[in-house]
Ligand binder design. Structure first.
Ligand code: SAH
Ligand code: SF4
Ligand code: F3S
Length: 436
């Protein structure tokens, strides 16, 4: 049977969200429709993440859960990084998986679905022979904030990480393709574009780098905000740092993962930066844009991490005063060098360090939010709030701000920030504040 409706479930990073949107557009172009809320879909695409063991295992439990009460099930496509890492092995482990498609091959999804309808069990984990982007339909729909992948893959080979294997070598999409897609997204309603890459600041087209691209997007009328993620500390060049001080649409927010504050651990991770060089980069960014919010990623319990190493991580957290952060327990990943290192850390120690780290990070993010109180700023409305008349928007520093306003989703609203909640801010719309 040829499926008529689909559902795509994306896990992991923003790039998977972007890929999920593009797969949906591809299926729409084939005449399929997204299944209505609560309805069964004929085709379910699980767009998976392999970064930590828990994420990867989730893929298989999710497959199992797709069996319906009457014993039937949808056509199941395994996509994303677990698909890339496991290939045909995924179907041996879970025979319910009808097709396996890697992150660089999903332009072939419609054709593979047709193969399944003819009784096949296709697997495609090819890395780009042709660019999947060239095979995609043009962008026609967008929310107020749109992801746009400009760079994919990673050549850094941090010793704990699967991404260089699941996403392949670093590639940059061509300048013209990106600008065309950005314009289409703005025409489709995007007010903000988030440029995506595993090492987005390694993006290059000839002599042009990410800063040049950001300046080109700055000239698109109707586009209000530009963000980019994820950057690597060693690719933060002078041009990009200067752009933070000069390009008004570039938001004052930088996600710059450091992973650890210990040089010994950073070396074992193959991070190619030290704590000191990272701090020097942060200082330069802050000189260019003093109000910038810094965010980071951390791993605790990397093999061989001592209490002293961990304290170095707490110290760098205090030095940077992160506005927000993601922190993880080290998860050994098959095929990565760190998985076979000696001195793997006991789970209790990891739990303890993660708790202590998260407590410290929360102190800094709360302090950052408190420092915002009293500021006037502009938010981009992206959701309806729970209370009547309440809307939620994003501040330039990426906090969610609750406000009473009649402005619709997609509007930019000037607000006075009045209140810091644990993970968000409260504000009053400025027109209203003046009237009150
Ligand atoms: N390219 C980005 C992010 C890659 S994955 C970067 O270089 O920072 C997102 C985050 O997941 C990483 O920053 C890291 O903190 C975490 N991560 C990656 N591999 C991991 C592993 N094996 N165990 C625990 N956390 C991991
Ligand atoms: Fe993974 Fe390191 Fe590449 Fe980031 S830079 S994707 S952590 S290998
Ligand atoms: Fe996960 Fe792949 Fe992204 S492993 S974090 S979905 S690049």
């Amino acid at each position: 049977m040829t499926p008529r409706t689909y559902r795509i479930k994306s896990f992991g990073c923003q790039m998977n969200v972007y890929d999920g949107e593009r797969m949906g557009e591809l299926l729409n172009a084939q005449g399929m429709a997204e299944a209505a809320d609560g309805a069964d879909a004929d085709l379910v695409v699980l767009n998976t993440c392999h970064i930590r063991e828990k994420a990867a295992e989730k893929a298989y439990s999710d497959v199992g859960r797709l069996r319906r009460e009457d014993g039937s099930r949808p056509l199941i496509a395994l996509a994303g990084c677990v698909a890339q890492a496991e290939g045909a092995e995924a179907q041996r482990r879970s025979p319910m998986i009808d097709l396996v498609v890697g992150p660089q091959a999903y332009h072939r999804l419609p054709e593979m679905v047709a193969q399944v309808a003819r009784g096949g069990r296709p697997v495609d984990t090819d890395m780009p022979a042709i660019s999947k982007f060239d095979a995609m339909p043009a962008r026609r729909r967008s929310g107020p904030s749109a992801f746009l992948t400009v760079q994919e893959g990673c050549d850094k080979f941090c010793t704990y990480c699967v991404v260089p294997y699941t996403r392949g070598a670093e590639i940059s999409r061509p300048w013209d393709d990106i600008v065309t897609e950005a314009r289409a997204l703005v025409d489709a309603g995007a007010r903000e574009i988030v440029l995506l890459g595993q090492n987005v600041n390694a993006w290059a087209d000839g002599a042009r780098g990410l800063a040049d691209l950001i300046r080109a997007l700055d000239a698109i009328s109707g586009l209000e905000r530009i963000r980019y993620t994820t950057s690597h500390p060693t690719d933060m060049d002078d041009g990009l740092i200067a752009a933070h001080g000069e390009v008004a649409k570039l938001m004052p927010y930088l996600h710059l993962p450091v992973q650890s504050g210990s040089d010994r651990v950073l070396k074992a991770m193959n991070r190619s930066h030290s704590a000191e060089s990272y701090l020097a980069t942060i200082a330069r960014v802050r000189a260019a844009r003093p109000d910038i919010a810094i965010s980071g990623d951390f791993i605790v319990g990397f093999p061989g991490e001592t209490e002293a190493d961990f304290e170095d991580t707490l110290r760098i957290v205090d030095d940077v005063r992160y506005a927000s952060a993601y922190s993880f327990k080290y998860s050994p990943r098959p095929g990565t060098p760190a998985a076979s290192m000696e001195d793997q850390i006991a789970p209790e120690i990891m739990d303890d360090r993660l708790q202590r780290l998260q407590r410290r990070l929360a102190e800094h993010s709360t302090a950052f939010n408190r420092r915002c109180i009293g500021k006037d700023t502009r938010i981009l409305i992206d959701r309806v709030g729970r209370k009547p008349g309440q809307m939620i928007g994003k501040s330039p520093w990426l906090q969610s701000v609750f406000v009473e306003t009649a402005a619709p989703i997609g509007a930019m609203v000037d607000v006075h920030l009045t209140e810091a909640l644990p993970n968000s801010l409260g504000g009053v719309a400025l027109a209203q504040a003046a009237a009150a």
